[in-house]
Design a protein around this ligand. Structure first.
Ligand SMILES: Nc1ncnc2c1ncn2[C@@H]1O[C@H](COP(=O)(O)OP(=O)(O)OP(=O)(O)O)[C@@H](O)[C@H]1O
Length: 277
């Protein structure tokens, strides 16, 4: 059963001074419990969509709703909205505000009207969950980019949002850091948080997402189960988005052979199918 957490209805947004809308008449729904990837070229509106979803930008027309309740741009409502919806920016430098790791994670918690004991308890739990205990007192400017991303994500998750929005979370991460991040996201998702990720990495989106949204020039092209989106080879080619490497390999195999199996989701599945032949 499709139960929408967040809905956009005919939403448009134009940056001050711009002639074209960055988001144009966009309607979509984010389902509870799903892992959604937002795909599209540079400048197609992915970050703008996430900023609108988090209430950082105010839509010029249309409505944004949470479980059917329309977003109103008043301070107390926006505060509550941002507790439910956490956004991890593409650039962690834009997000980190305090001097040390522990102070930064505590900063958001101190705005939640929690008792001192609750803040301390949540801080320690978050440091543990994100394996940041050894870095707790480290100045933020001494951290690597990958570590800063982990701290920024930890700061968002300390607020226990129901929906986590991630803007290009794997940009600039090496394979090992990407692997660790995906393991963290699996843990976050398993604990009941819905996740939306804007990404250029089609391979990642293909292996990770249940649902995929494709944007082009601020407009919605596709919003469907990920397997259906990646099966629309012509649309993806028309947009010059390319294909996940695994699917390219799959389509290079003889059609008669492919007909016997669904497309593999992971390299391990592809290898298992090749070995079974
Ligand atoms: N602060 C701004 N002022 C004016 N125009 C902006 C601003 N930020 C973004 N834009 C424009 O809005 C459009 C959408 O930008 P946005 O950053 O949402 O795209 P994106 O899909 O996230 O891109 P990328 O993949 O490069 O991160 C682009 O045309 C961009 O030039």
């Amino acid at each position: 059963m499709f139960s929408p957490l967040l809905e956009f209805q005919a939403v448009s947004y134009t940056y001050p001074g711009a002639t074209q809308p960055a988001i144009a008449n966009l309607s979509l729904a984010i389902a509870a419990g799903q892992k959604t990837a937002i795909l599209g070229h540079n400048g197609c509106g992915k970050s703008t969509l996430l900023f609108l979803a988090d209430g950082l930008y105010r839509c010029r027309s249309g409505t944004i709703s949470w479980k059917g309740e329309r977003l109103r741009y008043q301070a107390p409502i926006l505060n509550l909205w941002r507790q439910r919806i956490g956004l991890a920016f593409q650039d962690p430098e834009q997000q980190l505000v305090a001097a040390t790791v522990a102070e930064d994670i505590s900063y958001g918690l101190c705005n939640l009207s929690l008792s001192r004991d609750e803040v301390a308890q949540r801080l320690h739990q978050t440091l543990r969950d994100f394996s940041l205990q050894d870095l707790a007192d480290r100045p933020l400017h001494h951290l690597s980019l990958g570590q800063k991303r982990r701290v920024a994500l930890a700061g968002v998750m300390a607020l226990q949002p129901e929906l986590l929005l991630l803007d290009e979370p794997t940009a600039y991460l090496d394979r090992l850091q990407t692997h660790h991040l995906l393991a963290e996201l699996d843990r976050i998702h398993a604990s009941g948080t819905t996740i939306v990720m804007a990404t250029h990495d089609l391979d990642l989106a293909y292996s990770w997402a249940d649902w995929a949204i494709v944007l082009n020039e601020g407009q919605l092209v596709l919003s469907e189960p990920a397997q259906q989106v990646f099966a629309q080879v012509e649309v993806l080619n028309q947009l010059q988005l390319g294909m996940p490497t695994l699917l390219e390999c799959w389509y290079a195999l003889p059609a008669a052979w492919r007909d016997r199996y669904p497309p593999p989701r992971t390299i391990a599945q592809l290898i298992a199918r090749l070995r079974a032949e």
